[in-house]
Design a protein around this ligand. Structure first.
Ligand SMILES: Nc1ncnc2c1ncn2[C@@H]1O[C@H](COP(=O)(O)OP(=O)(O)OP(=O)(O)O)[C@@H](O)[C@H]1O
Ligand SMILES: [Mg+2]
Length: 576
């Protein structure tokens, strides 16, 4: 995406706010229109105030001065207020779209973007892009109109002199263009530098325990320091480039002013202008310096805003997960078939699934076992369409799952995955997570009991309303797992998947959870993935996976009798 696209996209967010934006700009223009009145007043004051018999009462002077500033102040306040109201709506809309993009993005995005970077892109970037761009536009409109009004007044006073001052303008244009090119280059570098800073902070907030266990505080500080210094250097380069604009314009402007000053004085010597005219002209001329400087100063914010906006739009443009299915599956029995499924992850050299065949009848309890990396979790990922098979077919109740709408497919699964993720909030909120029927406290209690977490809840003063901490950091590993199990139990799904769901539990606790799971047998299709084989021996069917294929299948007794891979694994575990 280039900057033209980025600015057009940003513009598309500004367009719906055009009423507010133009009101704000009108306010600023009206405020600017007041500016030339000041030098005009000087003319009047001097030309008639220093003569006998003023043609206005003295008290009118302070009144007009105060009045002028008040009017200007009111316009500027109104402008700023309306402007911010418009830009904050822009920020809101941008954030909403960014969040939607994140929520719908393809799984691949999450292998490239850290949580911290996502936060930064959704929270900081829209704010920075919109407010900076808004500020720049205000500055352009306010200063350009001020300049325009002042120049108009100057022309009215002394057209010849004013036109002479325009001679220096092309010089200004060339130098500003050069600086702007440099600004874009260093601005991009600064944005990238900030991204790596965000990544490091993100790592350290997440992995703080690992960092300290490895005694890596200094290592991490050093890493951060390097990046922070690099970021500072890039920022300084940015500042240097943009600060260069000011002296350049000042010098160019000074050339113009000095020419005019000389000529004006010369004219005054000739007696062709009054003192008032002279003072008024010079005042108005000097007053143009400040808006002129502001105008050349807006390049940095504009390039900065566009660089940030481009970063944010890259997230908005992230490809969404394909949701091409059109069929609905309102009721699901839970029958699953994998037919010769192949899957190779992006960048992997070996397939994770290599001709996988699985049959699960509705209401059966199925176990997937096999060594680490055999492809068990990948089976779950493909079932939920977080990963897409390169060939083969997966059927749910005899319907190919790729013909189903994603929401219609996923609705029928409750999964306790290998890496437990909990949400900020209370235990109850985690159990009844996103439940369409709201929070049923009695059901929450039952699920917690079934997951053998109720005894722990009883020890908490706030019970099920106790906060779990960031990602459940106030719970033990096993408690986190049981909370995730309770969350799955709460969901009325046809297929329940437990991927190493009891791996962190002690045998006693595991037995309790096991019994709860046994209670479900028959009513749900259960897929149990476990390394501890004692937990799956009662399964209706056990599939032994190796290198993405099923190499043995049968009941526990059948497989033991076969004296194959499974029997060997059981023997090794029994010996432990
Ligand atoms: N997102 C990914 N990108 C690339 N390769 C992946 C990805 N996820 C998994 N893999 C690879 O696919 C293979 C199967 O992984 P999978 O997670 O299915 O194994 P598993 O049987 O669940 O193992 P474990 O018992 O350790 O959980 C592994 O070799 C793994 O390295
Ligand atoms: Mg796994």
């Amino acid at each position: 995406m280039d900057y033209k696209d980025a600015s057009q996209r940003l513009l598309s967010y500004a367009r719906p706010q055009w009423r507010m934006l133009s009101t704000a700009l009108l306010f600023f223009i009206l405020g600017s229109a007041v500016e030339p009145i000041l030098p005009a007043m000087f003319k009047k004051l001097i030309d008639s105030g220093f003569k006998e018999g003023m043609d206005y009462p003295l008290w009118a002077v302070p009144l007009v001065v105060i009045g002028l500033f008040m009017v200007r102040g009111i316009f500027n306040f109104g402008g700023a207020y309306v402007m911010n109201s418009a830009t904050s709506t822009m920020v809101l809309n941008l954030r909403r779209d960014l969040m939607r993009a994140l929520l719908k993005a393809d799984a691949h995005l999450f292998t490239t973007i850290s949580p911290g970077l996502a936060v930064s892109k959704i929270i900081n970037d829209p704010q920075h892009a919109s407010t900076t761009m808004g500020g720049a536009i205000v500055s352009i409109v306010r200063d350009a109109s001020t300049l325009l009004f002042l120049v108009a007044y100057l022309i009215y006073l002394n057209p010849a002199l004013t036109l002479i001052s325009f001679v220096s303008m092309p010089l200004l244009g060339v130098s500003v263009k050069l600086v702007r090119k440099r600004l874009t280059k260093v601005g991009e570098a600064a944005y990238l530098a900030q991204q790596s800073l965000v990544g490091t902070v993100d790592d350290n907030a997440r992995a703080w325990r690992v960092v300290r266990t490895f005694d890596a505080t200094d290592f991490e500080l050093n890493r951060f320091e390097q990046q922070a210094i690099h970021h500072r250097r890039m920022t300084m380069k940015q500042v240097a480039a943009s600060s260069l604009v000011t002296p350049i314009t000042q010098i160019v402007a000074a050339i113009g002013v000095s020419i005019i000053l000389t000529l004006a004085l010369y004219q005054a010597q000739q007696g062709s202008s009054t003192v008032g005219e002279f003072v008024s002209f010079i005042t108005a001329l000097l007053m143009t310096m400040s808006p002129m400087r502001h105008l050349t100063d807006v390049f940095q914010p504009i390039t900065g805003a566009l660089i940030t906006a481009r970063g944010a739009f890259e997230l908005i443009n992230a490809p969404p997960e394909p949701d091409l299915g059109t069929a609905e599956l309102p009721e699901c029995q839970g029958k699953i078939d994998f037919k010769d499924v192949y899957l190779q992850y992006e960048g992997a050299s070996n397939p994770a699934l290599a001709g996988l065949n699985l049959q699960m009848q509705a209401g059966q309890t199925i176990a997937l076992v096999g060594s680490s990396g055999a492809g068990k979790s990948t089976v779950v990922n493909t079932l939920l369409r977080f990963a897409y098979p390169t060939s083969g077919q997966i059927l749910l109740d005899d319907t190919p799952i790729d013909s189903l709408k994603l929401a219609s497919l996923r609705r029928h699964f409750a999964v306790v995955s290998q890496d437990i993720v909990l949400f900020e909030g209370s235990i109850a909120q985690n159990v009844a997570y996103a439940s369409p029927h709201g929070l049923d406290r009695a059901k929450v209690e039952n699920c917690l009991k079934a997951a053998n977490l109720w005894n722990h809840v009883l020890t908490l003063p706030e019970g099920i309303d106790a906060a779990v901490g960031t990602n459940g950091s106030r719970l033990s590993g096993g408690q986190r797992q049981r909370l995730a199990i309770a969350r799955a139990l709460y969901r009325d799904a046809a297929v329940w998947i437990f991927d190493e769901a009891t791996s962190a539990l002690d045998s006693e606790s595991e037995a309790v959870v096991q019994r709860s799971i046994e209670d479900l047998r028959g009513s749900k299709t259960l897929i149990l993935i476990a390394h501890r084989l004692s937990t799956i021996r009662n399964a209706d069917r056990i599939y032994v996976m190796s290198d993405g294929k099923v190499v043995e299948q049968g009941t526990h007794t059948e497989l033991i009798a076969r004296q194959g891979l499974y029997a060997g694994m059981v023997k090794i575990q029994a010996a432990d």
